[in-house]
Design a protein around this ligand. Structure first.
Ligand code: SAM
Length: 213
């Protein structure tokens, strides 16, 4: 690991807005971590946490948690939240596969999945964050009929998600095959993530789909 990364990791240990593989807040995030009773929204595969931070500014009456396995990226988001004095956003470093170790059923009120890796190989289908395996994990931390939002540049993942919605008999809420051509980004709070900006420069189509699990 490079020296820069090591310094960030060391510094991040002192950040009170980052939880690393520690389940002390399970069932108690609102009261003990955020010190309020507001609903909690999570951003999965958050990278630098652009959606979590953007929404935390727009919705001070809600709490947000950005979740990713890459500490280096979380550091950037956590540092921004700290320097901007945003107390309604925190970060959790873990594999998304282990969400039920960190949250009780019903503790999360909405999920955003932003530009996750599409895992195009057939053998990696279970790693896709909208596969049946992950829907079952989300059900363990959500009440029925909670919204999951996916924003992606991957046609494959977008189509795959529609197939999952059908095979799992879920309900589609919104389906925007081309967010920018349809003029829908403002409806999605106008937030662009680090990867989204790169994909737009690359002229890639941005898809959005939301559904109830
Ligand atoms: C392409 S990046 C997108 C980051 C950010 N959402 C953005 O749009 O800029 C995908 C992120 O998903 C994370 N990721 C993928 N699968 C994961 C998993 N199972 N658990 C935790 N993080 C995961 C990676 O570490 C990476 O930071």
């Amino acid at each position: 690991m490079g020296k820069g990364k090591l310094v960030k990791w060391e510094l991040m240990k002192s950040f009170s807005n980052v939880i690393e593989k520690d389940n002390q807040f399970k069932g108690n995030w609102a009261k003990s971590f955020f010190k309020n009773e507001n609903p909690i929204v999570v951003e999965l595969a958050c990278g630098k946490g652009d959606y979590a931070i953007g929404m935390a500014k727009l919705f001070p009456e809600k709490n947000f948690i950005g979740i990713d396995i890459k500490g280096n990226r979380l550091f950037t988001g956590a540092n921004t939240a700290k320097s901007e004095g945003l107390y309604n956003v925190g970060f959790l470093r873990t594999q998304i596969d282990h969400l039920e170790d960190y949250f009780e059923k019903g503790e999360i009120s909405e999920i955003w999945i932003t530009f996750p890796d599409p895992f195009p190989r057939k053998g990696d289908i279970k790693k896709r964050l909208t596969s049946k395996k992950f829907i079952e994990i989300y059900r363990k931390i959500l009440f029925p009929k909670t919204t999951v939002n996916l924003k992606t540049d991957s046609q494959l993942l977008y189509e795959f998600t529609k197939e999952t919605i059908e095979s799992e008999r879920l309900t589609t809420i919104k389906d925007f095959p081309d967010v920018y051509k349809m003029g829908k980004n403002e409806e999605l709070f106008g937030i662009q993530t680090y990867y989204e900006k790169m994909h737009i420069l690359d002229n890639r189509t941005i898809h959005f789909i939301s559904f109830e699990v």
